[in-house]
Design a protein. Structure first.
Lengths: 302, 274
């Protein structure tokens, strides 16, 4: 298995994951793809209590991408533990639970409840642009990132991934803060804040007015930020942002990402994760990479 | 025979345009050759993809007619504006490929035939671009009830379409807001004018119309199914873009919210707040 990777102490059979919020907890897409083939399933964000999310319309298409302002609707950690984790445990794939909150206490409550659960890693979402309190407020200041990371790391029983926002002046500052706070892994990028106006209705396309931009349109920005971050920290990075085809994923890996997540592409190609996986393996054969280690960050080292 | 929806997993695949015609201003009718038709039910929809990297998300379009044996689906849709995905679809010619995913959604449940045969009168209501999905429903009701028990009520802003398709499947009533044909006004005005009554109602159309029908059904104590619409991304229940309010806590969301694409688009009028 030449495509095996390690995220901190956890070994994944391959680098392909799902981006949080684009794959539910796997059930809907299990009708299209074999979840056993994925390196990991990253679940939709889960909070301490059920969150209703934002008003509709919650999405709008943009050139080569989309805006979303779902607002992290989720059933709450108790329902999640009862249904989503047992569902995912039936498959031979790693489970990464995305954790969201409005206050530090919210995050810690979820992390504590997950302590004795059979999940492999936690991804701490400090970067959702669609929730006013918490989240993004922590993610945009290095001190905030450091504090949340340290507090979560202290009580988490699983290794933690800090998910970073691209809506900052210098991504390497927040990345270093997360590493200093004890993060095992970083994931980036979350969506870029954007807007669309419906000129025929003469109103905002999203009820929330602004939303997070995702899809192929953001890939060059994401790739640049992954590259910069890989140069700034020594912990593994999960790269994401517009990955839709194998070539996209290969770019991220060559730039320094250890893992890659397919997000928005799932919405318009439910087979995207498997196509990306097969394409990466094909590329490794074609260019004689014996393992992922030799390929990760290749353009930085040569 | 149609499989149950649970067995009928949706697929995404290339299909072929059999033919396409413009049937009213901005309204197009397209026949598509695809084996997705084998498993499709009235009230379900397909995601239609534009072959254009700038327009990535699928357009959810309701099924107007289903020919299970011939592997043909008919969709009737509105071109929403210039430079849109629907405008691209409208330019497709016979023989050209089109990417679709389906069948999606729950559809109108007609599986309990014996129960449905007890219905005295059914009222099938469509409004605007909510008219097309009612055609397959009207057709299938002709295998359950006598024609005189089936009332079809279609409302339009101005130009009417699909009238000749509907007329063989029941008593057809028309309402137009500009008064060009039938009752002047809305479908509710037509219900008043012709004193229409029913013990079963099915409706698809703009939310204001559905709200009025929900109220009418409650007042007259009839069972009423509504097909809802909302902007969606995935079409399969993952992205949570297309939610509606529900009366009870939904088992999936653990909230008073349901997914229109997956839990719907068809809901009992009493289970949703619109």
């Amino acid at each position: 298995m030449r495509s095996r990777i390690k995220l901190g102490p956890v070994e994944l059979k391959n680098p392909v994951m799902t981006a949080s919020g684009t794959f539910g907890s796997g059930e809907e897409y299990s009708e299209f793809v074999d979840l056993n083939r994925l390196g990991a399933v990253v679940t939709k964000g889960v909070s301490n209590i059920p969150w209703r999310g934002n008003a509709t319309p919650r999405i709008a298409e943009t050139h080569g991408g989309m805006l979303n302002a779902i607002g992290l609707q989720n059933p709450g950690i108790d329902a999640f533990i009862e249904k989503d984790i047992p569902f995912l445990r039936r498959y031979d794939t790693k489970i990464i639970v995305n954790v969201c909150g409005k206050t530090l206490e919210d995050y810690l409550e979820v992390v504590e409840k997950l302590a004795d659960q059979p999940v492999d890693l936690l991804e701490i979402n400090i970067s959702c642009p669609n929730v006013k309190e918490g989240g993004i407020a922590f993610g945009q200041r290095p001190t905030g990132v450091f504090d949340v990371t340290q507090a979560v790391k202290k009580i988490a029983k699983q290794p933690i991934i800090m998910k970073l926002s691209p809506n900052v002046t210098d991504i390497t500052e927040v990345a270093r803060a997360a590493e200093a706070g004890g993060a095992d892994v970083l994931s980036l990028i979350n969506t870029l804040t954007g807007m669309k106006i419906d000129i025929h209705k003469r109103e905002f396309a999203l009820a929330n007015k602004t939303g997070g931009l995702s899809g192929p349109a953001i890939k060059p920005v994401a790739l640049r930020m992954v590259y910069q971050t890989a140069n700034a920290v020594s912990i593994p990075i999960i790269g994401m942002g517009g990955i839709a085809i194998p070539e996209d994923a290969v770019e991220f890996i060559l730039a320094g990402a250890t893992g890659v997540s397919v997000g928005t592409a799932n919405f318009y190609n439910p087979y995207a994760t498997i196509e990306v996986l097969e394409g990466i393996e094909q590329y490794m054969k074609e260019y004689d990479f014996p393992d992922m280690e030799s390929m990760i960050g290749f353009v930085r080292k040569h | 025979m149609i499989e149950s929806t649970k067995e009928a997993r949706p697929v995404k695949k290339a299909a072929r345009v059999v033919s396409q015609e413009k049937i009213a201003e901005d309204i197009y009718s397209m026949w598509i050759k695809t084996d997705v038709a084998r498993r499709a039910m009235p009230g379900q929809f397909i995601s239609v993809f534009a072959n254009d990297g700038s327009k990535l998300l699928p357009r959810p379009i309701s099924l107007c007619e289903i020919f299970h044996e011939a592997d043909i689906l008919r969709i009737v849709y509105r071109v929403t504006a210039a430079n849109t995905g629907t405008e691209l679809f409208s330019r497709l010619k016979a023989g050209e490929a089109i990417e679709i995913m389906g069948p999606l959604g729950n559809g109108f449940d007609l599986s309990e035939k014996n129960k449905l045969r007890q219905v005295r009168k059914v009222l099938i209501i469509g409004g605007g671009i909510g008219v097309p999905p009612m055609l397959q429903l009207a057709k299938e009701f002709n295998h359950i009830l006598d024609k005189h028990q089936i009332q079809l009520l279609m409302g339009y802003r101005d130009e009417v379409f699909l009238m000749s398709d509907f007329k063989d499947f029941g008593s057809l009533y028309i309402a137009t807001e500009n008064g060009s044909l039938g009752t002047v006004g809305t479908v509710m005005d037509a219900i008043d004018e012709f004193d229409l009554s029913a013990d079963m109602i099915y409706a698809c159309g703009p939310v204001r119309m559905l709200r009025a029908i929900k109220g009418y059904a409650k007042k007259n104590r009839c069972t009423c199914y509504l097909s809802l619409e909302e902007k969606m991304a995935c079409g399969v229940g993952a992205c949570l873009a297309c939610i509606c309010r529900s009366k009870e806590i939904d088992p999936h969301s653990n909230l008073r919210q349901k997914r229109i694409c997956k839990d719907g688009p068809v809901f009992l009028s009493t289970e949703v707040e619109i």
